[in-house]
Design a protein around this ligand. Structure first.
Ligand SMILES: NC(=O)c1ccc[n+]([C@@H]2O[C@H](COP(=O)([O-])OP(=O)(O)OC[C@H]3O[C@@H](n4cnc5c(N)ncnc54)[C@H](OP(=O)(O)O)[C@@H]3O)[C@@H](O)[C@H]2O)c1
Length: 264
């Protein structure tokens, strides 16, 4: 198994990607700590991961709050002895699809500040434990907005490019302490639309263009080399690989899971 006996902490563990990663990580032998805002979603993710054989604990933790994240990381280490892998899969609705003239400063800053804040908070909370144990993997999640251009992307683009820069710099900072940092950049995930904040967000863009949601998503899929969007299992399987010893020489990388919407 890829993650046998690895202690894995997932913030946003009740979300679409968080829960999918929890299932795959559990199947691969990880001991899981799922943290998030809403207990019912965490419990649902935990029971799906337990069905894969995982040992799973859940906790309500605000991933924007440094004190809460620090305390929780300390609790995990007190219980499990270490933190081998930390994934930030926190997500929230934000404005996309509007021109700069129609975007308020607050709406622009909301994803920039929010995503950069939560990834700083959760990485800082685990880094002191990983530095002390001289090993660990921090996983972050960006979006193709880091490299795309076009109308309606300014907040998403600034957030995603900022998060990728943060991830690269963190890899440089923590590399000498044996800690790896891997950022994955999936395109819009087709089956996450059932559960993710993306349903509302993409729904607004489709409605503004007077296009049915399915058609809008189909148009997005048509911009990829594979002619389809990624699915949750593919993203989760990649995260498990990146977290594992098989990727031991991989750090400071932005993994392109865009199904070919972007080429490197
Ligand atoms: N879905 C996609 O197509 C896609 C594509 C590329 C990148 N991504 C990235 O992947 C990440 C996760 O997206 P997702 O689709 O999995 O989102 P999601 O299904 O909406 O899940 C997000 C999770 O984050 C939790 N959360 C939000 N604010 C929090 C806070 N302050 N403290 C703790 N937990 C908090 C939510 O809790 P509640 O359950 O309480 O709401 C929810 O469980 C985001 O960074 C997103 O940019 C997603």
């Amino acid at each position: 198994m890829l993650l046998e006996n690895k202690v894995v902490l997932i913030h946003g563990g009740g979300g679409s990607i968080g829960a999918a990663a929890a299932r795959v990580f559990a199947r691969e032998g990880a001991r899981l700590f799922l943290a998030g805002r809403s207990l019912p979603r965490l419990e649902a993710a935990a029971s799906a991961a337990r069905a894969e054989g995982g040992d799973v604990s859940v906790a309500v933790v605000d991933a924007m709050d440094q004190v809460a994240a620090d305390r929780h990381a300390g609790d995990v280490v007190a219980e499990a002895g270490r933190i081998d892998v930390a994934l930030n899969a926190v997500g929230f609705d934000h404005v996309q699809g509007l021109s700069i003239g129609d975007t308020s400063l607050d709406d622009y800053l909301h994803p920039v500040v929010g995503y950069l804040q939560t990834n700083f908070v959760t990485a800082k909370a685990v880094s002191r434990h990983m530095i002390a144990q001289h090993s660990g993997v921090i996983l972050t999640i960006s979006t193709p907005g880091a490299r795309l251009t076009g109308r309606g992307l300014i907040g998403n683009a600034a957030q995603s490019a900022g998060l990728e820069g943060f991830s690269r710099a963190l890899a440089g900072e923590l590399g000498p302490d044996g800690v790896r940092v891997v950022c994955v950049r999936p395109h819009a995930i087709s089956d996450a639309l059932e559960t993710s904040y993306t349903r509302e967000m993409f729904g607004r863009i489709a409605a503004a263009g007077d296009v049915p949601m399915d058609e809008w998503v189909g148009g997005l899929a048509g911009t990829t080399l594979l002619g389809r969007l990624p699915v949750l299992d593919e993203v989760a399987e990649y995260l498990a690989f990146a977290a594992s010893e098989r990727a031991a020489s991989m750090t400071g990388v932005i993994a392109n899971l865009s199904a070919g919407a972007l080429v490197d």
